[in-house]
Design a protein around this ligand. Structure first.
Ligand SMILES: [Zn+2]
Length: 416
């Protein structure tokens, strides 16, 4: 069948000229295909930040070096959850590069700051090698400018305050090196505060030094990240900080009962009242308590299987057992809808101004949910949220508006 498109085209040109976006079809009247296309448009129209991407540590583990042979990896690779091409496809504009410092390093003085510097240099080197694609980003002004220029921003957040060691002047030094948030601790209590994963409860929250660190972060303009901290630490940070906080990559504990690494309802409400943002972690075990319980019990079963063969976790020669185990107990995943459930609950508790995305891409192995497997999949998340009735403006806030608001507040409160 031949159709004359001309009148349609004329109508379109006329409507674009005379009406503008206010006359667009409301989301609830769109077909499924239109809604998907709209979600994809929004992913590229809006600035998207992601609070936590573990690219630097993934590359570190792979012995990435800043030379010609390796420099294509951050641009295009079959491995991991992040590369430039997939990020562009997904509309991601500003992944916070995680400068991740494992807790075990804090036992050896000097090791944590050494790793921090090497990861910061790696991110700087990647940006320097691809100036048309990436820019190190240390202010909201740069963030917005890079977006306007079509260049991906690489802000840096340090996951674990352990490189500060007992030297308060390091806070300002890391600010000068480009760090714009610090996750106060990681898997263990450190000199600053207690961790959600550590039952020692060394300080029952923040130490005196930790209070000083939070004050100094406020003073120099580094966002305080309460992901990974214990509940007592959270409540004491709320009392200490003068500016809103972030959770760079945490989810909602309501869906994972007993998992202190996620935030409970009272904490989410208070974070919102203080003007902060929780950026939802996409890892399946952060999203679904049943999957978490299953994985915990399977870990025991796997250890038993290894023991039967006279092996331990981490030994060489476990591949065959691993493969058989994976066939017997295939990995189960949460779904992109589960991520939307977490977002819904934060919106009910604290409002749409207090939620964002903190995927933990490259940091949670292959446990990512169906429909949200890597940085190309943000449009699918936006589609899921549109289907649930969120407006374009709601999505703009979740994509980056909320995080930019907090970052600006932290910049404004910092000493000049
Ligand atoms: Zn983490």
């Amino acid at each position: 069948m031949k159709i004359n498109y001309f009148p349609l085209l004329a109508l379109l040109v006329f409507s674009l000229a005379s009406c503008g976006p206010a006359q667009e079809t409301p989301a609830k009247e769109m077909t499924d295909a239109e809604l998907r296309a709209h979600a994809n448009d929004l992913a590229h129209e809006y600035l998207i930040t992601d609070g936590h991407v573990d690219l630097p540590y993934r590359l570190k583990v792979k012995n990435f070096r800043l030379d010609k042979e390796y420099l294509g990896i951050p641009i295009q690779t079959d491995e991991g959850d992040f590369d430039y091409q997939r990020a562009v496809e997904g509309g991601l504009d500003a992944p916070f590069m995680s400068i991740y410092i494992p807790s075990r390093l804090q036992e050896e003085p000097g090791e944590s700051p050494k790793l921090a510097d090497s990861l910061i240099n790696m991110v700087r080197g990647i940006a320097a090698a691809h100036p048309d694609k990436f820019r190190i980003t240390t202010s909201t002004e740069q963030l917005l400018q890079n977006f306007a220029d079509g260049v991906m921003s690489l802000p840096m957040g340090m996951e674990n305050g352990s490189p500060i060691e007992d030297k308060i002047e390091r806070v300002a030094e890391y600010h000068a090196k480009g760090i714009r948030y610090i996750t106060l601790t990681h898997a263990k209590d450190n000199l600053i505060c207690d961790s959600s994963y550590d039952t020692t409860r060394t300080h029952n929250g923040l130490s005196d030094f930790g209070r000083e660190v939070v004050r100094e972060m406020n003073r120099v303009g580094i966002m305080v990240d309460i992901s990974h901290v214990s509940d007592s630490t959270f409540w004491q940070v709320v009392e200490q900080t003068d500016v809103p906080m972030i959770a760079s990559h945490s989810s909602v504990r309501h869906f994972t009962p007993g998992f202190e690494r996620n935030m409970n309802d009272e904490m989410i409400k208070r974070l919102g009242e203080e003007g902060g943002v929780i950026q939802i972690n996409f890892g399946s075990t952060f999203l679904d308590g049943a999957l978490r319980a299953r994985q915990d019990s399977l870990r025991e079963v796997f250890r038993e299987r290894l023991a039967e063969a006279g092996l331990e976790y981490g030994d060489e020669g476990t591949e065959a057992i691993e493969q058989a185990f994976e066939q017997e107990f295939p990995t189960l995943y949460a779904d992109v809808e589960t991520v939307a459930d977490h977002i819904d609950r934060v919106v009910q508790l604290a409002g749409v101004d207090h939620v964002g995305f903190g995927s933990d891409f490259d940091g949670v192995g292959d446990s990512l949910p169906t429909g949200l497997k890597d940085v190309a999949d943000y449009p699918n998340l936006l589609y899921t949220l549109l289907k649930r009735g969120y407006t374009d403006e709601d999505l703009r806030k979740m994509c980056s508006g909320n995080v930019i608001r907090v970052w600006k507040a932290v910049e404004a409160a910092a000493a000049p």
